[in-house]
Design a protein around this ligand. Structure first.
Ligand code: MRU
Length: 349
């Protein structure tokens, strides 16, 4: 069963992209017009659009916008060279979520494979970006339907960060599971971690779920063990930014701590993510690049410093949860225990 959710963070307007500005929710709702590939690169880097599948689709549109800008190239060779340079830059804007590399590489490979004029290549890149957007929504609905099966009747589900409609082209991965489960059982409840330092849980997950009318309690990141010990959380569902073939999963910083607490309390811990979040080039999570973000994200809240000057800061944006703490990975084709994932993914390509 699917739930009605109309949040669409990325929209194509015929010649430019409209992004919901995720840096200002919930104080303000506004969209930003993205007309060039450089504007798209900045929007991804500055987290106007964020969340692994959402930045993948945005990257694909970035390539399509760039292709339009490169139509003045002397010939096909120059056009493809410019496209490749742009692709490198786009991929460097957020290094952890593999969906960005997946989508941009797919676009570049498509461009190279088209046997036609450069305007025909540009046309196909636009068409393909639109297809990726629509596919992502459908994939999330399938993830939601599979995932709903593991949510017990009347359960309280803990989620971390925002893996909702805003983090994807629509519907969401972890929140897609929650939406689909809620469509079949409106007695389920959600606990959302606030997700320091950027508060995606407090600002975005809470905003989505309050708008949907799904009963949600916001907690700070350090509280999950307390509620687990008191039997108030039945299952954890989070998204994923890069999943290795053995199931090790990079997701928003703090996810690993939640997984450890869930394991200690024998609470099932699921990752919900599309195949595009699985990095088929890595066997384990050992070598997943972890993005370091600015110190200001830690030192300041709403532009105001919350700590003394001179304090040391480290700000990794993601951590890697080892497969041994993951009960299952919910994908568009079904739910796999981590040791089954490699076989499932490799047999699908
Ligand atoms: O830094 P962000 O906001 O892009 O991080 C997002 C997350 O970690 C999400 O949980 C993840 O991308 C899964 S999104 C469906």
């Amino acid at each position: 069963m699917t739930f009605e959710s109309n949040i669409r963070p990325i929209q194509w307007s015929g010649d430019h992209v409209k992004l919901i500005d995720q840096t200002v929710i919930p104080y303000e709702y506004k969209t930003v017009d993205i007309k060039t590939w450089k504007e798209m690169a900045e929007a991804i880097r500055d987290m106007i659009v964020r969340g692994a599948p959402a930045i993948g689709v945005s990257g694909a549109f970035g390539v399509a916008l760039g292709a339009r800008e490169f139509l003045d190239s002397k010939n096909r060779e120059e056009f493809l060279q410019r496209l490749e340079l742009m692709a490198q830059y786009l991929k460097s804007t957020r290094p952890t979520a593999v969906n960005l590399m997946w989508a941009v590489d797919k676009q570049v490979n498509l461009a190279k494979s088209v046997d036609g004029s450069i305007s025909e290549i540009a046309r196909q890149l636009e068409e393909n970006a639109l297809k990726m957007l629509e596919d992502d929504i459908e994939i999330n609905k399938r993830i939601g339907e599979h995932g709903a099966e593991i949510i017990p009747q009347g359960a309280t589900v803990l989620t971390h960060c925002n893996a909702g409609a805003l983090a994807t082209a629509g519907y969401g991965t972890a929140l897609g599971v929650i939406r689909s489960a809620y469509a079949g059982d409106n007695s389920i409840k959600v606990f959302a971690d606030e997700t320091r330092p950027r508060q995606q849980g407090a600002r975005l997950t809470a905003w989505e779920l309050v708008n949907d009318g799904i009963p949600t309690t916001l907690i700070t990141d350090g509280m999950c063990g307390y509620f687990m010990k008191r039997g108030m959380i039945d299952v954890v569902v989070v998204g994923g930014d890069r999943i290795a073939l053995n199931g090790d999963t990079a997701n928003k910083i703090g996810t690993y701590t939640v997984a450890l607490a869930a394991n200690a309390h024998h609470i099932p811990f699921y990752v919900a993510a599309p195949y595009s979040s699985i990095d088929t080039s890595i066997e384990t999570g050992e070598n997943i690049p972890i993005e370091e973000r600015s110190h200001e994200e830690v030192t300041h809240i709403n532009g105001k410093s919350v700590c003394p000057e001179g304090i040391n800061i480290i700000n990794p944006a993601f951590d890697v949860t080892p497969a041994e703490y993951i009960t299952g990975i919910i994908t568009e084709t079904g739910i796999y225990i981590p040791s089954e994932l490699k076989q499932a993914v490799l047999s699908s390509v």
